[in-house]
Design a protein around this ligand. Structure first.
Ligand SMILES: [Zn+2]
Length: 427
């Protein structure tokens, strides 16, 4: 059976390339979130052809959803011959902006040197195409499977997934009684299983001052200097403390195996003028300064402690620094997610990787989050991994590509995993 399944995938190689090219040629840039309906209609036609029942679902009222840029999603389900478990493949259909530095047409899907090029080739239209080919090869080879197969194409992963997986999970589409196994074909590599991701805490910190004439700063209070003290304290105490917090999560790359903090932006004093403004600024002492911080935390940390650590730093400055006053506002939070290595989907995909590639997989955890957070936290489904073709480092870069051999081999792994989960023993 393994051999037949692998051959059925290989026989569809040209189809897989054409499918991936078609998906790349529908530009689904997010923001603003364009052409979601077009790509869902394309997937609808493709999956209906092989017997899937399809549902097109708009995330009405989700962030970014509008008449001009509606947040469309597709969920397709195909029942087997008898009742059993459901295996779900979830791919996001959005891609990030193009940016500069391309030598290929970003929406051309050009094939060169065994690779398909284009925005989203690796993240993650290559994975979506591979999962569809895996499912089609499996259905043709094992028409009497039990349970059900689902494929979803979901919006807005690149902007938090609120108009995509979060909306669907809130509406019960990922409830454990209807879906038991989830594979997200994000580009983690054909020989790696991604178990989850670190947590996120974003906040805006504002220091306060008092406006005065710039020639007499002693009559005011400079909010930018207060922020300078915040940044200085972070350098002295916070960054070393974060570097010392190491995790047992197998996060890649190595630099992310600890807590991290990024200062995302800083703004203080008068607003910047337009580039074509030729006048001078007016002399004022800034009465406010704001930073946005992006704190990534570990499964060993509690989000309450992450927040308390920043507050303690700021409260410390209130005690030692005259007139220091601040506000802090949470912008966004995601708890870490990590599926157990012993979960059925992990064990199944690991043994399929061994069969196809001849070696055991590496287990990794992503430094940033992806839609697993919603499946875990809202859907309450713990049996979820990311597994798919492509090189993670190429995501969001110019000349992004996915290797065709990698797609084919990961499609074989997915097809074998379906057989292990949905074919009754001994057939
Ligand atoms: Zn992605």
């Amino acid at each position: 059976m393994d051999k037949e399944l692998k051959e059925a995938v290989t026989a569809r190689r040209a189809d897989m390339i054409a499918l991936c090219q078609d998906l790349i040629r529908i530009p689904t840039r997010n923001p603003p979130g364009e052409n979601y309906r077009e790509i869902c209609d394309y997937l609808d036609r493709r999956l209906a052809r092989v017997g899937f029942d399809t549902h097109l679902i708009r995330a009405n009222g989700a962030p970014g959803d509008s008449e001009r840029y509606p947040r469309w999603n597709i969920i397709a389900r195909r029942e087997g011959k008898s009742p059993g478990e459901c295996v779900h493949f979830n791919s996001h259909i959005d891609v990030v902006e193009v940016g500069h530095g391309w030598t290929f047409d970003p929406f051309g899907g050009t094939v060169a040197d065994g690779k398909i090029h284009g925005r989203g080739a690796c993240d993650m239209k290559g994975g979506l195409a591979a999962s569809i080919i895996a499912v089609e090869a499996f259905i043709a080879t094992c028409p009497d499977y039990t349970g059900a197969i689902e494929i979803s194409g979901t919006a807005d992963e690149e902007s938090g997934g609120f108009g995509g997986v979060a909306y669907l999970a809130e509406n019960g589409w990922f409830a454990p009684e209807r879906v038991q196994h989830v594979i997200i074909p994000e580009p983690l590599g054909k020989d790696r299983i991604c178990l989850g991701h670190r947590g996120v805490w974003w906040a805006e910190v504002e220091t306060k001052g008092e406006i005065a004439h710039g020639s007499m700063p002693f009559l005011g209070d400079c909010a930018v200097r207060h922020m300078g003290a915040v940044l200085d304290e972070m350098e002295r105490s916070l960054f070393p403390a974060l570097a010392a917090k190491r995790t047992d999560m197998p996060v890649v790359p190595d630099g992310a195996k600890q807590s991290t903090l990024n200062i995302n932006s800083i703004h203080g004093g008068a607003s910047e003028q337009a580039l074509d403004y030729t006048g001078l600024p007016s002399p004022c002492v800034p009465d406010h300064c704001r930073i946005v911080i992006d704190r990534r935390f570990l499964i060993e940390e509690r989000i309450e402690d992450v927040e308390a650590e920043i507050r303690a730093l700021l409260d410390g400055l209130s005690e030692t620094r005259a007139r220091f006053d601040y506000d802090i506002r949470e912008l966004h939070r995601v708890l870490p997610s990590m599926t157990e290595k012993t979960a059925p989907i992990v064990a199944t995909v690991a043994s399929a990787i061994e069969t196809v590639l001849g070696a055991a997989p590496d287990y990794v955890v992503s430094p940033g989050t992806y839609d697993q957070k919603h499946i875990d936290r809202i859907g309450k489904l713990k049996n979820c991994i990311a597994y798919g073709p492509g090189i993670l480092d190429l995501a969001h870069k110019p000349d992004e590509y996915v290797g065709i051999d990698d797609m084919e081999q990961s499609a074989q792994v997915m097809a074998l995993s379906l057989a292990a989960l949905l074919m009754p023993e001994g057939t």
